[in-house]
Design a protein around this ligand. Structure first.
Ligand code: FES
Ligand code: FES
Length: 154
């Protein structure tokens, strides 16, 4: 299988990895870079569990080839540790009880981060639309929307 070396910024850290050209960005993040916060749900772009931010745009990392990260800025949920908005959203999820099994949570938080950066004061409907690509099998979404709404008010 042919391999390629790529250089990119992962959560602010210059990173160089050599990966098979067919490897997804999700596999690379989890299995090569060792950051397991980004989850593998469906592998088909349907669930949003694998959401990352690439050059300021949220996307499903299962649908992206790792080699497409070359030269770009990649942020995963681990990268929110030093990010005030990301931390505020994470705290709001905990405070609102918006986490049950937690499998969807990293993707939800990343998507919420993207939403609030673009629209700091969304309506509930806009929040609902903003996370429509992220599936949760546990919560019924109400507490997730409550959490994102609460994060806009702090
Ligand atoms: S694992 Fe990527 S969208 Fe489901
Ligand atoms: S908390 Fe379990 S899938 Fe969302």
């Amino acid at each position: 299988m042919s391999q390629q070396t790529i250089n990119f910024t992962l959560n602010g850290v210059p990173t160089r990895v050599t990966v098979p050209v067919q490897m997804s960005a999700l596999e690379m993040i989890r299995n090569v870079a060792g950051l397991t916060g980004t989850k593998y749900g469906c592998g088909e772009g349907e669930c949003g569990a694998c959401t990352i931010i690439l050059d300021g745009v949220s996307l499903n990392s299962c649908l992206l080839f790792a080699v497409e990260c070359d030269g770009r800025q990649v942020t995963t949920v681990e990268g929110l540790a030093d990010d005030p908005l990301g931390r505020r959203i994470e705290k709001a999820f905990v405070d609102a009880g918006a986490v049950q099994c937690g499998f969807c949570t990293p993707g939800m938080v990343m998507q919420a981060r993207q939403l609030l950066e673009k629209n700091p004061h969304p309506s509930r409907e806009e929040i609902q639309r903003g996370i429509e690509g992220n599936l949760c099998r546990c919560t019924g979404y109400v507490k997730i929307i409550d959490a994102i709404e609460a994060a806009t008010k702090e």
